[in-house]
Design a protein around this ligand. Structure first.
Ligand code: ASP
Length: 349
């Protein structure tokens, strides 16, 4: 039987009402006791790492989860992280970069309603997430929620109330889980031998683990809105090493023609000072292409200006924090940023 480590961090799944609003109260062990069917899936150990609303999850918290996984990596076949839904997509992306390409599954789940609520989605999410974590063909970081498995770099919280809270953005879901059955939607059935070789890889011990222990959280996201003042770039210089700018459509940045400084001056000054900018689109789906419109092309080939392509903003934030934690050399930063990890971006820019 597979051995899984459940790492409990809090979230709605663990929450109870104490008169001041929902807040985490139940332990990971208590949550597991609500789903006796776990016994049929795996041997489960529980590590209570913290008990917070994920609103309060910070990059330092990502590193604590990473450290716990690395410390116990050899002892377990897979890991399940119980986490609040609000920032789960960021944590899943961060773990994808901190522990890249690992052959053991690291699954995140939570729920929209507390485990103790009559209409909770917590039991099924916990059950299906463990089922996925214990399956031979599962690997790498992913979110299992509402019957869907989503690559850790492709998830976005899309709904605040409904139980199908997460969406896989610009990439197909890895699998659907119908009751107790995993229906994989990826290439497993198309590439002969892939299934067998993955199963063999999982069986081979010990598994070599690659991981990173440093992060630089001096990264901020700015959303372009009509009339936004480019002075913002100068105001943010002391506090940040990289800005992620969510621009319009397929790729457009204003050039009003009568403004001092212009966006072009402000952005080029930012990158000339050794800081990085990532351009991405604020449109939810289908990504960025700066080459199409005149209002974007000026920025297309400028060193220091990185292209988010079809990545989610959540993944860009985590990837920049991870990459800047490894290097400040702009060429190396670009190399790290453009290298696809856990399905986070299309292979070409
Ligand atoms: N505020 C909660 C959290 O992110 C929401 C949830 O878990 O669904 O911790």
């Amino acid at each position: 039987m597979k051995k899984i480590l459940l790492i409990a961090t809090g979230g709605t799944i663990a929450s109870a009402e104490d008169g001041n609003g929902l807040s985490p109260a139940l332990s990971g062990a208590e949550l597991a006791s609500y789903v006796p069917e776990i016994e049929d899936i795996c041997e489960l150990d529980v590590l209570q790492l913290m008990n917070i609303d994920s609103t309060n999850m910070r990059p330092a918290g990502w590193l604590r989860i990473r450290d716990a996984i690395v410390q116990h990596y050899a002892e377990y076949d897979g890991f399940l992280i119980l986490h609040g839904t609000d920032t789960m997509a960021y944590t899943a992306a961060a773990l994808s970069y901190l522990i890249p390409g690992n052959p053991k599954p690291i699954v995140l789940t939570g729920s929209q309603r507390p485990m103790t609520s009559s209409f909770t989605d917590a039991k099924l999410n916990l059950y299906q997430a463990l089922l996925y974590a214990a399956d031979d063909l599962s690997r790498d970081v992913c979110i299992v929620f509402g019957g869907v498995a989503i690559a850790g770099t492709r998830a976005r919280k899309q709904r605040t109330v409904s139980t199908n809270a997460f969406k896989s953005v610009n990439y197909p879901p890895l699998a659907y889980i119908r009751g107790g059955k995993i229906v994989r939607s990826d290439a497993f059935d198309l590439i002969p031998g892939l299934k067998a070789s993955l199963t063999l890889q999982r069986g081979a011990t010990p598994t070599k683990l690659r991981s990173y222990a440093t992060i630089n959280d001096r990264v901020a996201v700015l959303k372009l809105t009509p009339g936004l003042n480019p002075q913002l770039f100068y105001a943010l210089k002391d506090a940040y090493d990289a800005l992620i700018l969510e621009i319009y459509g397929l790729g457009g940045i204003p050039d009003y023609g009568d403004e001092e400084p212009s966006f072009k001056q402000a952005i080029f000054d930012w990158v000339d000072s050794g800081r990085a900018v990532v351009l991405t689109t604020q449109v939810p789906e289908e990504g960025l292409d700066l080459g199409v419109y005149e209002v974007g092309r000026t920025y297309a080939e400028q060193p220091g200006i990185l292209h988010g392509a079809d990545m989610t903003t959540e993944a860009i934030v985590a990837k920049m924090m991870w990459a800047l934690g490894q290097t400040h050399d702009m060429e190396e930063l670009e190399r790290l940023f453009y290298q696809p990890v856990n399905h986070d971006r299309e292979a070409s820019r």
